[in-house]
Design a protein around this ligand. Structure first.
Ligand code: G3P
Ligand code: CA
Length: 264
């Protein structure tokens, strides 16, 4: 254990309100990622919690998209001059893009959703949400602040708040300053020096690791510090079994067709 981190027993951890199984980007690869259609498909497969990526339009509207650029997951009408960096465009332009036809013809015309759209879907259906704050590079603090402000407003009075996560500590710090009561999780693709101290300084409730990072040592460190443990992106039964044996609290998966959330 690193200096400055006090041991905590598992029983000291606050209750964890979230389901164990989390559908990545709505429904993994079975529907166009980060669209309402994907959320609907994930829900049809029994998922009650979803992960999504949220960034800001040029005029400050939080919307769902993974990549910084538009090319992979959107198509623009011929009359619309839209390309390049997604966050460089106002929502009036982004809202006209087709975020479905890149995936398959069945989803042609599916729009990019705003965070408000997804919040309404989740709240009406009693679903939980993991909002990954995915800033356009250079907008980390503003994205964290605006996303947290929207989330606090949208989920006001809700039984279960959304879990805000990010790979960017600056974004989480801004979210913490804006809406300290919203739960936060630090995303990790490596166990960089100071990861645990950073998670604790940000008053995170969880760390969300690339599944390969979880082993006996990292589990003990995070759990002893009172954190919940989540893993991404878990698409094989053997991998899920390994993580279950380690006591991982949440599993983010693309394979909404393989795993059965009702099983636990
Ligand atoms: O939040 C877990 C996972 O979604 C992080 O990786 O690249 O799929 O956003 P990525
Ligand atoms: Ca993500």
């Amino acid at each position: 254990m690193s200096a400055g981190v006090s041991p905590t027993t598992q029983e000291d951890r606050p209750p964890w309100p979230y389901p164990r199984w989390i559908a990545h980007r709505g429904a993994g690869k079975l529907a166009p990622e980060n669209t309402l259609a994907a959320f609907r498909l994930g829900a049809q497969h029994g998922f009650r919690m979803f992960e999504c990526d949220v960034k800001l339009s040029a005029d400050g509207v939080p919307f769902l998209m993974h990549d910084a650029t538009l090319a992979r997951t959107t198509r623009a009408p011929a009359a619309l001059n839209a390309g390049g960096v997604a966050g460089a465009h106002p929502w009036s332009v982004l809202s006209q893009l087709d975020a479905g036809s890149w995936h398959s013809r069945a989803y042609a015309g599916e729009p990019l959703p705003t965070l408000d759209n997804i919040a309404q879907f989740c709240l009406r259906n009693g679903h939980c949400l993991n909002i990954e704050i995915k800033p356009t590079p250079g907008t980390e603090e503003r994205t964290g602040q605006v996303v947290a402000a929207h989330a606090e407003r949208l989920w006001k009075g809700a039984a279960i708040a959304p879990l805000l996560t990010s790979f960017q500590p600056d974004a989480l710090r801004a979210a913490q300053n804006e809406a300290p009561a919203l739960p936060r999780g630090l995303l990790l693709d490596t166990l960089w020096s100071g990861w645990l101290e950073t998670a604790l300084t940000l008053d995170c409730v969880a760390v969300v690791c690339n599944q390969d990072l979880w082993d006996g040592s990292s589990v003990t460190q995070a759990r002893s510090a009172g954190l919940r443990l989540l893993a991404y992106t878990v698409n094989d039964e053997w991998a899920a079994q390994r993580l279950t044996a380690l006591g991982i609290d949440g599993i983010i998966t693309d394979r909404v067709d393989l795993f059965a959330p009702a099983a636990g």
